[in-house]
Ligand binder design. Structure first.
Ligand code: NAD
Ligand code: ZN
Ligand code: ZN
Length: 348
């Protein structure tokens, strides 16, 4: 089968021919129907090699941590009500399944995964950018039913991650409140929709090009602003000097984290989702009183069901730019160049 793999440090991902994998005990083999392209893949491929290896990643790595497929085969010992041929989406932040976090569905915060070498598909385990993929446990399958896999596969990360981030701040986002979203890319354009659907906040979205600001407007942002040196002042003006009750930074670079910090209102949540390597120094006088800084990771199994329910009801959707598996290297070039509107999705 064809698979898109990161083969060695410094190389761009390449399409290679490999054997179709066989599901081991407890595992499931999916025929992949769609796989989303996330900026985190770029972060992984840009890591210094020591860091890549220290995090438990290894080569060759089939990319793709947003996956959907059709159940092709069960490994030995799988006991499930799923049937061969069922359409499913894959919950990506795999955990051990038995620790306290996992038992609440928060496998994204599994306390055993690191020690036991349990890694998400495409981020350590072999991922979804291939004709077939292995899922480690039926626990990580969500029935798609009649939801289109290409349109919805990215809800597993570009939907779930902003959902988890936004949900925790909902008590602060009452009517009359303000939310700021920095970066209207794959995650950000869903984050804007979630804020509009679930909260009473007025949403200000920022990005760096007019095309991306148009994506933000289309997603429902009430105001859009270029992410530049004037942005903080304009946000202060819009919020009548008070600042935003929640800031979601889907970039996480030094300038966006500085902006996030500077526009936080008293008691705000400042949520850094992006992994661009920025840092923040907080202390009295450096951030608003009672502000909380959060660094969330992905989302829970229950939240994934919630996001898919919103999609089923037509209340959130992913703007998809489709590529074939053969075009997958180009999808990464386009993401790298900032030329993807919404999410790039690979259709094998
Ligand atoms: P993306 O490339 O689709 O979107 C990023 C957006 O940010 C783009 O629209 C880009 O134009 C914009 N941008 C870049 N620099 C900017 C700036 N200075 N100000 C404002 N906007 C700017 O990426 P994505 O797939 O949506 O991922 C976003 C980030 O979230 C990445 O860093 C990714 O690694 C990270 N991520 C984190 C988690 C998590 O669990 N914490 C999960 C998934 C992705
Ligand atoms: Zn991701
Ligand atoms: Zn666990």
């Amino acid at each position: 089968m064809k698979a898109l793999r990161y083969l060695e440090h410094g190389r761009r991902p390449e399409l290679v021919d490999i054997e179709v994998p066989t599901p081991g005990p407890g595992q499931v083999l999916l025929k992949v129907t769609a796989a989303g392209v996330c900026h985190s893949d770029e972060v992984v491929m840009a890591m210094p090699e020591e860091q890549f290896l220290a995090r438990g990643y290894s080569y060759p790595l089939t990319l793709g941590h947003e996956g959907a497929g059709i159940i092709e085969a069960f490994g030995p010992g799988v006991n499930t009500s799923f049937s061969l041929g069922d359409a499913v989406a894959v919950y990506g932040p795999w955990g051990c399944g038995r620790c306290h976090s996992c038992s609440t569905g928060a496998e994204n915060y599994c306390t055993n995964a690191a020690a036991e070498g349990i890694r998400p598909p495409g981020l350590g385990a072999q991922g979804a950018m291939a004709e077939y993929m292995i899922v480690d446990d039926v626990r990580h399958l969500l029935p798609l039913g009649d939801l289109d896999p290409v349109q919805n596969v990215s809800l597993t990360d570009a939907g779930l991650t902003p959902y988890h981030a936004v949900k925790q701040s909902l008590p602060k986002l009452v009517a009359g409140s303000w939310a700021v979203v920095i970066g209207a890319g794959g995650l950000g354009h869903v984050g804007i929709q979630l804020l509009k659907e679930l909260s009473g906040a007025t949403v200000i979205a920022l990005d760096v090009t007019e095309e991306k600001l148009e994506v933000a407007r289309h997603a429902g942002a009430d105001y859009v602003l270029p992410s530049d040196a004037d942005a903080a002042g304009k946000i202060r003006e819009l919020t009548r000097g008070l600042g935003a009750n929640a800031v979601f930074d889907f970039v996480g670079a030094q300038p966006t984290m500085a902006l996030s910090q500077s526009v936080a209102a008293t008691g705000a949540d400042v949520t850094i989702v992006g992994l661009a390597g920025g840092t923040m120094t907080v202390g009295f006088g450096l951030i608003a009183f009672d502000a909380a800084v959060r660094i969330p990771y992905w989302g829970t199994r229950g939240e994934m069901i919630e996001v898919f329910e919103l999609a089923r009801a037509g209340r959130v959707g992913v703007q998809v730019q489709e590529y074939s598996l053969g075009q997958a290297p180009q999808a990464y070039e386009d993401l790298h160049a900032g030329a993807v509107r919404g999410r790039a999705v690979i259709v094998p």
